[in-house]
Design a protein around this ligand. Structure first.
Ligand code: GTP
Ligand code: MG
Length: 148
């Protein structure tokens, strides 16, 4: 089954949204297969956002990502990467539809509360970076109701 890496950023954690965001993925039918609170190092965050290292906002973004704990999650399920991105909404919250996570809880592109993997390949890289010990394998009884 497909896996995606979802992470509440420090603003999301500070604003008390861990439960709210986790619940959205649970209720959608995704299975939580790893989770933890973390204070990542600058080096770790630079690996996570390596593809953005030449952007002008990069230093400020890394600083913001180190301003408090992040809440790291891996969810498994049908089309998890694409669906996770759709649930987050556009990168700029002002362009995010109401009903999406960013469209409901954020205003500024540099404070958009939540990260989601943008491809299956990047999801697997991010899961390996944030959860080097791997994720859990288990069955939920509701899977028979969620999948046809
Ligand atoms: P993530 O899920 O966090 O990876 O966001 P994304 O995939 O929607 O966007 P992208 O990977 O291109 O950018 C990563 C993060 O950098 C965004 O979520 C923003 O917080 C920040 N960012 C992107 N573009 C801008 C910008 O123009 N200005 C500022 N200040 N931050 C930006
Ligand atoms: Mg991204």
């Amino acid at each position: 089954a497909e896996r995606t890496y979802i992470m509440l950023k420090p603003d999301g954690v500070d604003r008390g949204l861990i439960g709210e965001i986790l619940a959205r993925f649970e209720k959608r039918g995704f299975k939580l297969i790893a989770a933890k609170l973390a204070l990542p190092s600058k080096e770790h965050l630079e690996k996570h956002y390596a593809d953005l290292k030449d952007k002008p906002f990069f230093p400020g973004m890394i600083k913001y990502m180190q301003s408090g704990p992040v809440f790291c999650m891996v969810f498994e399920g049908l089309d998890a990467v694409k669906t996770g991105r759709a649930m987050l909404g556009a990168t700029n919250p002002l362009a995010s539809q109401p009903g999406t996570i960013r469209g409901d809880y954020a205003l500024a592109v540099g404070r958009n509360i939540c990260h989601g993997s943008d491809s299956v390949e990047n999801a697997e890289k991010e899961i390996a970076l944030w959860f080097p010990d791997g994720t859990l394998q288990y069955r939920l009884s509701q899977e028979a109701m969620i999948y046809e």
